[in-house]
Design a protein around this ligand. Structure first.
Ligand SMILES: NC(=O)c1ccc[n+]([C@@H]2O[C@H](COP(=O)([O-])OP(=O)(O)OC[C@H]3O[C@@H](n4cnc5c(N)ncnc54)[C@H](OP(=O)(O)O)[C@@H]3O)[C@@H](O)[C@H]2O)c1
Length: 505
């Protein structure tokens, strides 16, 4: 992470498989452009795009530039031609099929030629911006062509999500990658970890003397993690029918947030120290029972004033689909820090608003002093880490209302990122790509973490597959999810925080 280094990475080639794809155009190229803006692109760079369409390098660069223009226009920005020149002069397009060995022999020749002419030190970062069915093929063919040998410079491979769709497929993908690559060459991306606010959890916990002493079962009652989306499945019905909310969100994004909150302090910010602590935390999570989880599917409803259809009416979705668009669960982490402190997770589509947050609820103070005041109406203290959209931190606590009587009220102290920091425009992939270029794997998942996460949800996936959900659809679009999710907390005498934008108070 940038905590360790903030200088331009060494000269290198970046090879993007899927050069005409959506991810490349919408996120990877804008991220490289933004890195150029902050002076964090390698001074000597070759950017090679591989895809099966036929086009020249100039045509590729021209199309990518047009697309970049539309991405920047969303922020009322125009392309800075000087910056674009830095990126575009390095661009070479290689037309080829991922499945054919000749693509890799041509790539090898091209890399050797560019390495020689540009002085790239043999360094190459390969980015698989392609559908997951190609991951084993591309990794295998790169290995067979000798392109992953890192005897002259570094050779690294970025693997996009999804990393498997269950435990067996994740294990098989790991085995396939590790046949040709060493673990330290593999960068399994989870774009949630590219978010500043997620990285800030470590700064909050470990750079302040204030929080860590109370970050445990003595002071914390429970933790709620919410990733709510107001959009539906849009054009991704086919993908979603094979995936569902649990697979799509929980083993990767939400478990990563759990790891950031729950891991023990590492001895350093070196990737291996942090990853070891995360792996330890995953081992302490207790196996999930079906009574610890709730699934839901959205019905028609109103989202932000707009009437929207039920999931079963979305394009490419079966009219009797049993796929979940909402999942909630209770996790128990059985270690000294967290025993008895449940972590409640929920994620869903077509909820009332888009909102992601981690809410930490502290234990009630003993109210002996306030015996004669209406304190039962009071909330306990909360620390809320807002991930999106209004990034920041809130601390809710009780204060005396002005006046002669001792009346208490819950108030909020707010820190908003945008009030303090001028943030450089970012699409969220900048840190991740930069970290790969400097060889910092802190924000990337190791093989054992990915397998541990899939292992935890595996009994649920199997249980859900074997039993048809009753009462689907079970929540209206525009609501906060199914009633059963409330019952999950009510059983423990708790309730979810309202899903809302944290405005004024
Ligand atoms: N898009 C996003 O916002 C996003 C966000 C996060 C993660 N991801 C992940 O990123 C990866 C890429 O997603 P994407 O949406 O960019 O996919 P995509 O749009 O389908 O891009 C893949 C590219 O590869 C090309 N291609 C397909 N088969 C090929 C072959 N055999 N040989 C050579 N080229 C071939 C495709 O061409 P055709 O179009 O002609 O088939 C397309 O240009 C996926 O793993 C996805 O899960 C995407």
């Amino acid at each position: 992470m940038s905590m360790i280094s903030h200088k331009p990475p060494p000269p290198c080639a970046i090879v993007i498989f899927g050069a005409n794809g959506d991810l490349t155009k919408r996120l990877i190229i804008p991220a490289l452009y933004n890195l150029a803006r902050t002076g964090l692109l390698p001074g000597r760079l070759a950017l090679i795009g591989v895809d099966h369409n036929k086009k020249t390098s100039e045509e590729w660069a021209g199309q990518i530039k047009d697309f970049l223009g539309t991405v920047l226009a969303k922020n009322n920005e125009e392309i800075d031609n000087g910056l674009w020149e830095q990126v575009s002069r390095s661009m070479t397009f290689l037309s080829g099929d991922f499945e054919k060995p000749e693509t890799y022999s041509q790539l090898k020749d091209l890399l050797a030629e560019l390495d020689q002419s540009q002085g790239l030190g043999g360094n190459v970062l390969f980015y698989m911006a392609v559908a997951d069915r190609f991951f084993p093929t591309i990794a295998g063919k790169l290995g067979e062509a000798g392109l992953m040998k890192d005897d002259k410079g570094f050779r690294r491979l970025i693997v996009e999500k999804p990393f498997g769709h269950d435990l067996a497929s994740a294990k098989s993908l790991n085995a396939c990658l590790l046949k040709y690559l060493k673990e330290e060459q593999i960068y399994r991306i989870d774009h949630f970890l590219g978010k500043e606010t997620v990285q800030n959890i470590m700064a909050l916990r470990f750079a302040n003397g204030l929080f860590e002493p109370i970050w445990n079962r003595d002071r914390i009652d429970h933790v709620q993690i919410t990733v709510a989306e107001s959009i539906g499945v849009e054009t991704r019905g086919k993908f979603y029918e094979a995936t569902g909310a649990l697979r799509d969100m929980i083993p990767n994004h939400l478990f990563q947030l759990v790891a950031m909150v729950a891991m023990e302090p590492p001895v350093s910010f070196q990737a291996e120290d942090i990853r070891a602590k995360k792996a330890e935390m995953f081992r302490a999570i207790q196996p999930l029972a079906l009574t610890d989880v709730v699934r839901g599917q959205y019905d028609a409803g109103m989202v932000q004033g707009e009437q929207v259809p039920a999931y079963r009416r979305e394009p490419n979705v079966a009219p009797d689909s049993n796929i979940e668009t909402y999942a909630a669960m209770r996790l128990k982490i059985d270690n000294w820090r967290w025993a008895g402190v449940p972590f409640y997770l929920r994620t869903g589509k077509r909820l009332n608003i888009r909102s992601s947050e981690i809410a930490i609820r502290f234990k009630q103070a003993p109210y002996a002093l306030f015996r004669d005041t209406p304190v039962d109406e009071l909330d306990a203290d909360w620390l809320i880490l807002r991930i999106q959209p209004d990034e920041g931190i809130r601390l809710r606590f009780n204060a005396k209302r002005p006046g002669p009587a001792m009346m208490l009220e819950s108030v909020s102290m707010r820190f908003n990122y945008k009030d303090y920091f001028q943030q450089a425009p970012a699409v969220g992939y900048e840190t991740l790509i930069y970290d790969c270029l400097i060889g910092d794997a802190t924000l990337f998942q190791r093989a054992d973490q990915v397998e541990a996460a899939w292992g935890l949800v595996e009994p649920v996936l199997q249980g859900w597959q074997n039993t048809n959900p009753r009462h689907f659809p079970n929540y209206a679009a525009g609501s906060e999810g199914p009633i059963a999710a409330n019952d999950l907390l009510a059983k423990d005498g708790r309730s979810w925080r309202a899903i809302r934008i944290l405005g004024g108070k």
